[in-house]
Design a protein around this ligand. Sequence first.
Ligand SMILES: C[S@@+](CC[C@H](N)C(=O)[O-])C[C@H]1O[C@@H](n2cnc3c(N)ncnc32)[C@H](O)[C@@H]1O
Length: 197
Amino acid sequence: MENFDIYIEERTEDETHVVELENNRTIEIFLNKGSAFGSNHSTTLLSIESLKFLYIQNKSIDSALDIGSGSGILSIFIKKMSFTEVDYSEIDEFARNECLKNFKSNFTKKLKLPELVDNPLSKNKKYDLVVVNISGSFIPKNLLKISEIISNNGYLVISGFNINKENKYVNLASGINLNLIKSFKKDPWISMIFSKE
Ligand SMILES: C[S@@+](CC[C@H](N)C(=O)[O-])C[C@H]1O[C@@H](n2cnc3c(N)ncnc32)[C@H](O)[C@@H]1O
């Protein structure tokens, strides 16, 4: 489960991201200044596009897991879009602290914050949606385990790699009942949405 890449994205000021959904509905994501990854990188923005696609398609999602939450941006977006129960995992303690700070800035005390889960791939809990934006070998090495914690008819969103890996992931996924339903691209990056049979 380890990944030794360094993930830093410097934010010298607080930032508010505004994401437009359908029918003029917008979601605001507030990020405190900091340096955990997850704000303006294409892999993050493409992950947001994929999550937004699932929301607009009215997919039934009651529980979600954000693996490698970084700043927490994707967890915040999912929770604000749909009030779904969200868990997250993050191996970097520094990022975990920023994540928590960002959750507290985005959600009132009444709303249950996303919950930290260590080693979600070793647990039995299943999710309707898993999102993973982690580069390197983490996704290919763990794709089978990731698929095992997705409910039947659930969804997987992956990002963190280049467009030329698209076929590799389609092939890897098709062997474990994950079917590509959509991809979003911004050269050289891609995010892919799979549904689990
Ligand atoms: C590219 S950043 C993605 C952050 C955010 N989810 C986004 O989409 O912008 C990857 C994050 O995954 C974390 N990470 C790397 N390997 C991990 C693992 N095995 N389990 C959990 N988190 C991991 C890193 O510390 C980093 O914060």
